[in-house]
Design a protein around this ligand. Sequence first.
Ligand code: ASP
Ligand code: MG
Length: 413
Amino acid sequence: MEIHKFGGASIKDVSALKNLQKVLEKINIKKKSACVVVSAMGKTTNNLEHIYAEILKGKSAKQKIESLKQYHFKIIRSLCNTHNQKLLKTFIDQQLNFSKLSKKIVGNSDVLYSYIVSKGELISTKIVSAFLNEKSIPNTWIDAREYIITEKHVTSSSVNFKNTKKALKKLKRNTLYIIGGFIGSNQKKQTTTLGREGSDYSAAVLAYCLNAKNITIWKDVPGVLTADPKKFSRVKKIDRLTYQESIELSYYGASVIHPKTIQPLKIKEIPLFVKPFDKPTLKGTIISSQKSLKKHTSYIEKSNQIFLILTLKNFSFINENYLSIIYNYFETHKIKLNLSQHSAVSFYAVIDPVYSLDALIDELDFLNTKVIKKTTLFTMHHPKAKAISKLKGNNKVLLEQKSGDFYRFLVKS
Ligand code: ASP
Ligand code: MG
């Protein structure tokens, strides 16, 4: 079994879908047992979130629903025969009819959220499946909610691997399956979602549970890059990374692969290929347990960070007791520390700018709190002295940290 995942951008319009057909032909998908995992088309999930927000306020979201329908109708009009157009149109009308939702759904905002946003993948998979069948790529559409079984919680759900494995036993060999990423269901048969951008993770869960030979994530970039091309010039493609390196890179903010994706693959040593969907014959990046001999310097930039300096009002040491109180505060308030460090009398933290600092200052009233806003956190993998000094320039370095092959520092933007 092979797993291939295509994100929203790779199925966003007619030419993208024609390219998907080409990619699948190039890799000889017809001769394989495979699951093709797809996201919702283009920006559909964002649009469904807007529809959800209106329905939550008791509105009908009529206009937004209509324009989302028209977006999909336009695609199927140019891709499918009249018979399939009719079937798909009826399916889309049904899926996007939110006028008579049951109390069980409307009564709980999380249930409502997952119910509505899951429609993107249900629709995209139906379209992809019908289109490929017409183009002589025979396939079977399956409903992800019957196979990806999650725990109780309906949003940002965690996967129940045991039940998912059991459900997947129904799949046959020598078949091409089309399945939606991002969605699943729990034991109560409620629709659940795995968190935004969760389709990579769905693909990894399938790979794990089916003991896949490999998994390919098809992207609009040549592979994993040494930096974000929008922020850095002279960006290179990385040929090879270990599971651990890619977990570290995505944890620190490299956005190519969803950070949760690697863990299940690492456990079973299933290789992950990241390949460009516009040039399917290129090698892309291989992520496996094998270490690369080449040491590319990679850069990750997280801007608009808040730098906190906490000092005890009574001038005593930041000992283990104070450390545990401070960390506990961040844990209970779900504040992710992008970096933390302490010295004899101070605790330093770098966090995203979404948190209310007034509450922190109130609650940790035994501390003096200094806040420096608008700082930038750089992470480098395999840092080189010349590259470091170029990146730092004349900026004042507020904090730095080195661990293994990673080096991070914070500067005032
Ligand atoms: N469609 C979902 C989202 O946009 C999942 C994904 O694309 O991975 O978040
Ligand atoms: Mg998406």
